[in-house]
Design a binder for this molecule. Structure first.
Ligand code: ADP
Ligand code: MG
Length: 669
């Protein structure tokens, strides 16, 4: 039935010298159940070291399937397959990969070169996965290319080479790791007869040097160049003929050492450096896509850094503003604490309270403050502006003097004088024509008032949602109450604690005094240290909010990276198949894609950091209203997050790539 020896006969021969390749009862079935098709049936075949075997058969007879099993790219469904006496059935995928790297060199009909790489890089590939040092690898690839007459083409991409040249590059690649066995699947099938003859001559020359060759072809004429022709039909071996006096050369060749191959046979595969170099090449090749992939990370990292810097700046500004108001101030506000509407209807905070508090030892000054919007008319133009009704002690208590003219006096208060002091910005706006504000008359809610002073400029107060304090007018509280606001109670009082008195004790005394006068707690106190603590707490909440936004944008960026990496894996399945055929282990493929994802994220992170730092520095330079405080921690954290994003979101695509089936992946080329 079959020309191959019976298993029992073989067992006797094997004691002497195990053949390089041995198949026993190998069956390969695709699919399961109803749709299952058996492509190889009960194949027994030995190939000894040094043989030149042609496997010939019609298209679809199962030649490639057989070759894939011999090359450890595929596994038999049934039967036993050994390489140099080692049974492969129970080997994990990585061990099969190592076997491929060491023992087999593949030559495919369609060359299967990686299109993005030069001829030299393609030839080097198997040595990368065998762990050969870079210099040795380069030198060896150069020699092989030179030997095949391609030294002038080393830096060319596959697309720049003819079919015959590409096939010679792929033969050079097959020779890279000094394999025992060269498996050539229809190596001349895509070539013109001249190039095809050259390839066959090359294979014969390699055989004369002592290499084992398995040549798969549908063409009996091509098969005739081999010493032994195995004919396969419908998945069965139908004849096995030796010719040219080769006899059963295989049986006489000494056994192959278990672990030959290049120096790096036991090396741990391609290093991180190699993976990084390959990742850079892949990223550069898809420049625009890499940039778009990074965009989410760039925006995420830039916004974290800029928002935190600006947030910290805003916080400092608020605290500065509060400190500017004075930490020795106690605010007495109408209404109980935390009452809706701020106790607008409470009318009990009056001039009597002002006098009572002024008499306390611990108090160096008290001012009432009530603000309302008024219409100020000057030069025929109306301005909506805030009027602050307060007392002559305002410059002392609030540490805010008039820089031109004077602030109003106790005398003005007593006389209900129609005088105002105006803010620095108000002065600029109203008297932009250069007229002197001092002594000028303006209409406030249609009543004539004389300007007697201009306040010192305090700058924009951003915190607390307050109005521009340089753009308001100061009116004696008596005049304001009677003529402008129509009320004799105040919104709040500011009490300045005298030097040498404790804030807490003063606060208690103030509380007792007001409570005694009002008979109930229709007011509340606030001191500025408490306000600072409150502002800091609010900023803490703000920081958490920013952090959350940043985390979300990084998450979105990470999903973008994963998405693109999955696309990249799908696109490069063919390339992954080639890498696996030349010996890449799962870990090598995982590392490569993971490194690629991490590099995209880190590049995005660095660009984002530069952008964030740029915004943090640039914005305050463009506009005085912004302040930013750059600290190293947010930058570090953002970059660490970018790195973590790359690892986390790169892992799934990388594993997907590593788990591909080599044969199926190769078929995508
Ligand atoms: P050859 O190389 O001799 O032309 P192949 O070994 O490629 O033949 O294929 C042999 C048979 O197996 C063909 O009929 C083919 O359709 C079938 N075949 C190959 N690969 C698969 C697969 N992955 N799933 C199902 N059938 C397959
Ligand atoms: Mg085929």
């Amino acid at each position: 039935m079959s020309a191959t020896p019976h298993p029992r006969e073989f067992a006797a021969a094997a004691d002497a010298a195990p053949p390089l390749i041995a198949l026993r009862g190998v069956t390969r079935t695709y699919g399961e159940g109803e749709g299952a098709t058996t492509v190889l049936r009960d194949v027994d075949l030995d190939i000894g070291a040094g043989e030149f075997v042609a496997i010939v058969g019609q298209s679809g007879s199962g030649k490639s399937t057989l070759m894939n099993i011999i090359g450890c790219l595929d596994r038999p469904t049934l039967g036993v397959f050994t390489v140099a006496g080692r049974e492969t059935g129970a080997m994990p995928p990585d061990e099969l990969a190592a076997l491929r790297a060491r023992h087999f060199g593949f030559v495919f009909q369609r060359y299967h070169l990686i299109s993005g790489m030069s001829a030299a890089r393609n030839v080097e590939m198997p040595a990368i996965y065998a762990g050969l040092p870079t210099d040795e690898r380069r030198a060896r690839a150069g020699k092989l290319l030179a030997r095949l007459g391609l030294e002038a083409r080393a830096s060319h991409r596959p697309a720049e080479l003819s079919g015959g040249q590409q096939q010679r590059v792929s033969i050079a690649r097959a020779l890279m790791n000094e394999p025992e066995l060269i498996l050539a699947d229809e190596p001349t099938g895509a070539l013109d007869s001249e190039s095809g003859d050259a390839v066959l001559a090359l294979l014969r020359a390699l055989h004369r040097e002592g290499r084992t060759i398995v040549l798969v072809t549908h063409d009996p004429q091509i098969a005739a160049s081999a010493d032994r022709v195995v004919t396969i039909r419908d998945g069965r071996i139908v004849s096995d003929e030796r010719r040219g006096g080769a006899g059963d050369a295989g049986a006489n060749v000494p056994p192959v050492p278990a672990s030959p191959g290049p120096s790096g046979a036991n090396a741990s595969g391609s290093g991180l450096g190699e993976a990084a170099a390959m990742a850079v090449a892949a990223l550069v090749q898809n420049r625009l896509r890499s940039l778009l992939t990074m965009l989410g990370i760039i925006i995420g990292v830039a916004s974290v850094i800029a928002m935190l810097a600006i947030g910290a700046g805003a916080r400092e500004q608020v605290l500065d503003d509060i400190r500017k108001m004075g930490t020795d101030l106690i605010e007495v506000k109408r209404g109980a604490r935390n009452v809706r509407g701020g106790g607008d209807d409470v009318r009990t905070l009056v001039a009597g309270d002002l006098d009572a508090l002024s008499r306390l030892d611990a108090v160096s000054g008290v001012v009432p403050e009530t603000d309302q919007s008024v219409v100020l008319r000057y030069g025929g133009i109306d301005h909506q502006i805030t009027a602050l009704g307060t007392s002559s002690q305002f410059p002392h208590v609030r540490d805010w003097p008039a820089v031109r003219g004077v602030f109003f006096s106790p005398d003005h208060e007593r006389r209900y004088a129609n005088v105002i002091v105006i803010g620095a910005r108000t002065a600029e706006t109203l008297f932009s024509d250069g007229a002197d504000p001092l002594g000028a008359f303006v209409l406030v809610n249609n009543a004539p008032f004389q300007v007697i002073g201009v306040m010192e400029e305090k700058g924009i107060v951003t915190g607390g949602g307050r109005h521009d304090r340089d753009d308001q007018i100061w009116v004696p509280y008596t005049t304001a109450g009677a003529r402008l606001f129509g009320q004799d109670h105040f919104k709040e009082l500011f009490v300045k604690v005298a030097p040498g008195h404790s804030l807490a004790a003063a606060e208690q005394e103030i509380f007792d005094t007001v409570l005694a006068r009002h008979g109930r707690e229709d007011f509340h106190l606030r001191n500025m240290s408490a306000a600072i603590a409150q502002a800091e707490a609010a900023q803490g909440t703000f920081t958490v909010l920013l952090g959350t936004i940043a985390a979300i944008s990084l998450l979105v960026g990470g999903i973008g990276v994963m998405n693109i990496m999955l696309v990249s894996v799908t696109e490069r399945i063919g390339e992954i198949g080639i890498r696996m055929a030349v010996g890449a282990r799962r870990a090598d493929i995982t590392t490569q894609f993971l490194v690629e994802a991490v590099m995209v994220c880190m590049a995005g992170g660095l660009i984002g950091a530069a952008l964030g730092i740029g915004v943090s520095i640039g914005l305050p330079m463009l506009d005085d209203g912004w302040r930013a405080i750059l600290e190293p921690e947010p930058v570090m954290i953002a970059l660490a997050c970018a790195l973590a994003t790359g690892l986390v979101f790169g892992l799934a695509p990388a594993r997907k790539a590593a788990r591909l089936d080599p044969v199926a992946a190769l078929a995508r080329n």
